[in-house]
Design a protein around this ligand. Structure first.
Ligand code: GLA
Length: 386
């Protein structure tokens, strides 16, 4: 399962004839708090053992040469002739990060890079953020510059917003840069402060990949973001200086319901109730009240399905099957939506049985194969000693 640093370093030596450094940045699973990040709200993701590795070594010029082992493709980029936006290619994530690092005042040297990953691609486990953050780490290391995790997370988000064209929030890049082994992070996406929320050793995070990815996902994501912004715009005259849905409680939203069209109201209701659920899940995990944490996860799924409308029949099936299975405290879709994975909070002793039930049930119920991963929270980005 694990992509190995020595394989990436070996490939690098073979192609470029030098010894590289190897940077690593993980994918993530979000326990709870979906689409709340760009509303200045709360999220609770954990970094995964699935990660992207980037072997790197500086060049004497200002060019970037990148080889992807997975795709068996090479790309080149001139730091002195950088385009303003990407070209709809996997390399946009790397070159966009280079452009934004330079715009932040960090002068990069050219570099040779070899990239590989075991983060399942396009399945809602943040393969993009893992590529961005590992590339940032590699480019900074090759340039002799310091990796500042939160600053780098913001730069990587800017690359995805302005270079790739996806208006994502900060969650994925933040946890990929700052994750902590054994814990989820409660991130306040307004202040960018975080607290560790330890995952008890008798709990497991079971991730089930539906294998479904809807093509319109990017457009629908941006549309959800616009609906939230519209909600803030319509609520402002009544509520005064609110900046984001973070500033609206469920009670205040109810009291002002008639100011919003029905659809915008439901989009906003997901966000304001989800923020409350994230804090409840944190409280419950710390208190060892796994049932209460699971109940918040189940309610989150229902809210994503009914109010935010970002699930699909396959992930609904997987979440509902897990919720009905003994040994599972709670289950929900994780990530941006329109397919991808579910995450279930499972008693350690029940993991094998629950995995089999999900695989068999999904095959019978949806006629498809689910991949199920038993995940442990890992550390965020860093250098791998060779
Ligand atoms: C994607 C985005 C994140 C976040 C989630 C939904 O993963 O990259 O910023 O908005 O969707 O919670």
């Amino acid at each position: 399962m694990n992509v190995q640093a020595r394989d990436v370093a070996q490939e690098f030596g073979h192609r470029f004839g030098r010894r590289p450094t190897v940077s690593r940045a993980p994918g993530r699973v979000n326990l709870i708090g979906e689409h709340t990040d760009y509303n200045d709200g709360f999220v609770m993701p954990a970094a995964l053992e699935f990660a992207t590795l980037v072997a790197a070594s500086p060049r004497t010029d200002r060019r970037l040469h990148v080889y992807s082992i997975i795709l068996d493709q090479t790309r080149e980029f001139d730091l002195d002739a950088a385009a303003e936006t990407g070209r709809h290619d996997w390399s946009d994530y790397i070159f966009g990060v280079a452009v934004m690092l330079e715009r932040s005042g960090r002068r990069l040297s050219g570099a040779d890079l070899v990239v590989s990953t075991d983060v399942p691609l396009g399945s809602g486990l943040s393969s993009s953020a893992a590529l961005e953050v590992s590339s940032a780490h590699a480019l900074l290391t090759a340039s002799g510059l310091h990796f500042e995790p939160i600053a780098v997370a913001k730069i990587c988000q800017r690359a995805e917003n302005d270079y790739v064209g996806m208006r994502c929030g900060i969650m994925d890049q933040y946890v990929s840069a700052c994750g902590v082994a054994g814990a989820a992070l409660l991130i306040d996406c307004r202040t960018l402060e975080s607290r560790n929320v330890p995952i008890a050793p008798n709990l497991r995070l079971l991730v089930a990949n539906s294998g479904v990815r809807h093509q319109h996902a990017g457009g629908e994501y941006n549309a959800r973001r616009e609906a939230c912004e519209e909600g803030v715009r319509l609520l402002k005259p009544a509520l005064g200086p609110i900046k984001a849905l973070r500033d609206v409680t469920p009670e205040v939203l109810e009291a002002n319901r008639k100011r919003l069209p029905e659809l915008i109201y439901r989009r906003c209701r997901h966000i304001v109730t989800e923020n409350a659920r994230v804090l409840e899940a944190e409280r419950a995990l710390i208190a060892g009240d796994f049932a209460a944490c699971g109940a918040a996860m189940n309610a989150s799924h229902a809210s994503m399905r009914d109010d935010f409308e970002i699930t699909c029949p396959e992930v609904d099936f997987l979440a509902e099957l897990a919720q009905a299975t003994p040994g599972v405290f709670g289950s929900r879709m994780t990530g941006g939506g329109f397919g991808g994975c579910t995450v279930s909070l499972v008693e350690a002793g029940a993991v094998k049985r629950v995995s089999q039930i999900l695989i068999d049930g999904y095959r019978v119920g949806c006629g498809r194969d689910a991949e199920v991963f038993d995940c442990s929270p890992s550390d965020g980005a860093g250098l791998i000693p060779l």
